[in-house]
Design a protein around this ligand. Structure first.
Ligand code: NOJ
Length: 740
């Protein structure tokens, strides 16, 4: 290779990037030198949209650097004009919003997207969201949420990518890349915000906002990797979390924000608090008053205060009293201005209002949303009823069959229900000319307890060849502050399923929910079950095609499904107990009466629910069957700088062309600390025609086996390992290898 020819352009690009960075830093310094203290503090103050005249006055006086939740492009332009043309230094605003799983075109909730195990569709979804939202002037989204979620009682599990650090890292990075594109100064991009830093998903008891007790090693090995991956991928902002961990709220955690985020990870983006999380340090009992809270937050490394009004009201006095240094404030302002420069806001502060209206719901956006919904649906049970074949009449029932609002899921402020394609509408449109569709919802909404229509459902089911029951949760039952202690189907939905089944016709349950519900008891009442976490705008079309076999399910569980809520938290990548269960333990109804004191098999399980979950992480069926074979490693010994090459054969042994999510897990058999029984390290969606076999490869650098061990250093520990390539987190034959 002609090295000179190759290296010269690379060197020129690197030099150009350096000089651009230097130039930006010079512009930032110049601006900071012109700013009054009040203007600096103003940049650090984020306000929400409200009384527009009052807001304009604040912006004119340099009292706010960022506004969240401005409703439309015209309002953004009006307020931006005040910032750029009427404030003393003309610093543009940065407008932000929770664009979590789409702006107008709504994609499946993040937990659903995670079920696709498809970084490409997640990136595309984020790209679509960025195009639609940025057209309305929103250049900063509070997404992705990277909280590892091991407890389905926590309502915000819906916004997460589930329980696994590797899957969350891969999908988090894909989302960041989708939002930010290759060039963040392109006006069609948005700055990503990796949130909530950190541990929020481990809220005690799944109760939102609760404290967490995550140890340092667990933090580094499980909770931090997705954040580190997104920082490495260039995420421009980070949001602190509401929770306190081991007594220290994240918003006041200097070690977290300065030592780890800034120093160890080299993050040069911007840190924002969560909504009022600065002020909430008073309720936590970590700050005596707002002044102390402001000092804690800014000294810990929070650059912008979201809606506590703590910086704006306290910082000037804190500086006078020497409790906060001017250098700390200057650095925070530097991070904020750098973000604005990186987004090109100084060059392009305004948006084209006509384009904003035109670009929403573009056909390619809807097509991507449909594909995402299709890839996200998980087939949990099928006795051969699906796909529906040769049916002339179907009964469509259930409160989620035509729920335009609820199908969109939580946290979508801008989703417009009138654009939602429901399963009922899609079935009628796509199959209505071939199949007679009878519709009787049975229940009005998921919590409905009015059983008066259930008899009619049974009667109508008798007249049909198959029944499809759309059940689940209304959107409002998951998301922030929407934790639940009972995860069974709400209202009379389980009875609706049984009423449908009573007719003796094949019953398909389609569950649309914000979390993995405890549907174990409902499985008996149906012949097949498709689980579709709230699937978004195009969910109906995707589900209709899946039901009739014009698409084949390929989603896999991104979280463990529980038999009973009492099993929570339950996750596949746990450590072993000293007495692991074998699965043959004695259950409650097998215990003899007046049994003498015994520890009944001496292993770790529940007397009533046994040992395993309902469905393990990674599980999901297809209309076809897959077989894994010939799993081979290119060596049985590796040094830490080598890469493990794994080959295996994947065969589609059934009758449908389909996609399988092949998964690679490892176990570090004995370490300086106990290691999880399995950890996901690679996955890939592999498309195979019916009857096709293929030799596939995974490459895994040994360095990715590193973890924080007893000495608190992150490194690969030599010793024995096991490796599986399989279709879920509990199957497969282990292959052994050593790291030397
Ligand atoms: C509070 C939520 O915790 C956070 O995720 C969200 O981005 C902010 N509110 C802004 O709406």
């Amino acid at each position: 290779m002609n090295l000179k020819k190759y290296l010269l352009p690379v060197a020129i690009m690197a030099l150009t990037a350096c000089s651009q960075t230097d130039d930006t830093e010079r512009r930032i310094d110049r601006l900071i030198s012109q700013m009054t203290l009040a203007e600096k503090i103003g940049q650090m103050n984020q306000l929400t949209y409200g009384d527009e005249e009052w807001l304009a006055e604040q912006i004119r006086n340099g009292v706010s650097g960022s506004i969240l939740n401005i409703p439309d492009a015209a309002t953004v332009n009006r307020l931006q004009k005040v910032a750029v043309e009427e404030s003393r230094l003309g610093i543009p605003l940065i407008v932000s919003r929770d664009v979590i799983h789409g702006f107008h075109t709504i994609f499946p909730i993040p937990l659903g997207q995670a079920a696709s195990f498809d970084p490409a569709i997640v990136e595309q979804g984020a790209r679509v969201a960025a195009i639609e939202a940025s057209a309305c002037g929103i250049r900063w989204t509070f997404s992705p949420m990277l909280d590892i979620s091991r407890d389905p009682r926590w309502g915000r599990i819906a916004e997460s990518f589930g329980e696994d650090p590797y899957l969350t890292s891969q999908l988090g990075v894909a989302m960041v890349e989708g939002y930010q594109g290759d060039d963040t100064s392109d006006p069609s991009t948005m700055a990503a915000c990796a949130k909530h830093f950190i541990g929020y998903g481990a809220a005690e008891g799944g109760r939102d906002y609760n404290g967490t007790t995550i140890t340092e090693r667990l933090m580094h090995n499980v909770y931090m990797p997705p954040f580190k991956a997104c920082v490495d991928a260039g995420a421009l902002t980070i949001m602190t979390s509401f929770n306190e961990n081991d007594g220290v709220p994240s918003t006041g955690n200097r070690h977290l924000l300065r030592d780890i985020l800034r120093q160890q990870w080299g993050f040069d983006g911007m840190v924002v608090s969560d909504w009022n999380s600065t002020g909430e340090m008073i309720a936590h009992g970590f700050a005596a008053d707002l002044k102390e809270a402001a000092a804690q937050a800014v000294n810990a490394g929070v650059d912008m205060d979201m809606m506590s009004h703590a910086f704006i009201s306290q910082l000037e006095e804190l500086i006078d009293e020497g409790k906060v240094d001017m250098e700390t404030v200057d650095n925070a302002v530097r991070n904020i201005l750098r973000l604005k420069f990186r987004l090109g806001l100084f060059e392009n502060p305004y948006v084209d209002e006509t384009y904003a209206a035109e670009i929403q719901y573009a056909p390619e956006h809807l097509a991507a949303a449909k594909r995402a919904a299709e890839e996200s649906a998980i087939l949990l049970k099928n006795d051969g009823t699906l796909p529906l074949k040769g049916v002339r009449t179907i009964l469509v029932t259930g409160p989620m069959a035509d729920a335009q609002h609820d199908q969109l899921g939580t946290w979508c402020f801008d989703g417009e229900p009138e654009h939602t394609v429901t399963p009922l509408a899609a079935l009628r449109k796509l199959y209505g000319d071939k199949v007679r569709i009878i519709y009787e919802p049975g229940l009005g909404y998921s919590r409905d307890n009015d059983r008066s229509k259930l008899g009619r459902v049974t009667a109508l089911a008798r007249t049909a060849d198959a029944v499809v029951v759309f059940a689940g949760e209304e959107a409002i039952l998951s998301g922030e502050a929407h934790s639940l202690s009972n995860l069974d189907l709400q209202g009379a939905q389980s009875e609706l399923l049984r009423a449908a089944k009573a007719a003796g016709k094949p019953v398909v349950a389609v569950i649309m929910a914000g979390r993995p519900l405890t549907i174990g008891g409902d499985l008996d009442a149906c012949n097949a079950m498709l689980y579709s976490f709230h699937p978004g705008t195009m969910g109906g079309e995707a589900l209709a095609e899946l039901l009739f076999g014009d698409a084949v399910p390929s989603g896999k569980c991104p979280v463990t499904f529980l038999k009973e809520v009492g099993q929570a938290p339950y996750y596949y990548n746990r450590n072993n107990t000293g007495r692991p269960a074998s699965g043959n333990e004695m259950l409650i109804d097998q215990i003899p009466l007046r049994a003498g004191q015994t520890s009944l098999g001496c292993s770790s399980y529940y007397l009533d629910t046994g040992f395993g979950p309902l469905f393990p992480f990674g599980y999901g069926l297809s209309y076809t069957t897959f077989e894994y074979g010939d799993v081979k490693l290119d060596s049985n010994e590796y040094t830490p700088d080598q890469t493990i090459k794994v080959t295996f054969t994947l065969s589609n042994t059934g009758k449908y062309d389909a996609v399988e999510v092949a998964q690679l897990y490892i176990r570090d058999v004995a370490g300086s600390i106990a290691r999880p029984i399995r950890e996901l390290k690679r996955f890939e969606r592999i498309a195979l025609k019916a009857g096709e076999s293929r030799t596939c490869t995974f490459e895994l650098p040994v360095s990715e086996l590193a973890f924080m061990g007893l000495d608190k250093r992150v490194k690969v520990e030599p010793g024995d390992f096991k490796l599986w390539v399989c279709g879920d987190s509990v199957s497969g034959e282990a292959v052994d290898f050593k790291v030397i």
